[in-house]
Ligand binder design. Structure first.
Ligand code: SF4
Length: 63
């Protein structure tokens, strides 16, 4: 599973990190979310929820 955050769209709201902290982290320096552990998606099962709840549709998942 491949997970990506489009930094141009991300507004750093933190929803993805709240939902799925094993995979997403909002970087203090950039104020944008980034993927810290893509492999965690396969067992954490929360990447889809993060994708659905991102207000900017910045998260994309490829099987
Ligand atoms: S939920 Fe979307 S807009 Fe909010 S921090 Fe995560 S990627 Fe960025």
């Amino acid at each position: 599973m491949k997970v990506k955050v489009d930094e141009d769209r991300c507004i750093g709201c933190g929803a993805c990190e709240e939902i799925c902290p094993a995979v997403f982290h909002v970087d203090d320096d950039t104020g944008k979310s980034r993927v810290i552990d893509e492999d965690a998606c396969d067992f954490a099962g929360c990447c889809e929820a993060a994708e659905e709840n991102c207000p900017e549709e910045a998260i994309s998942i490829e099987e």
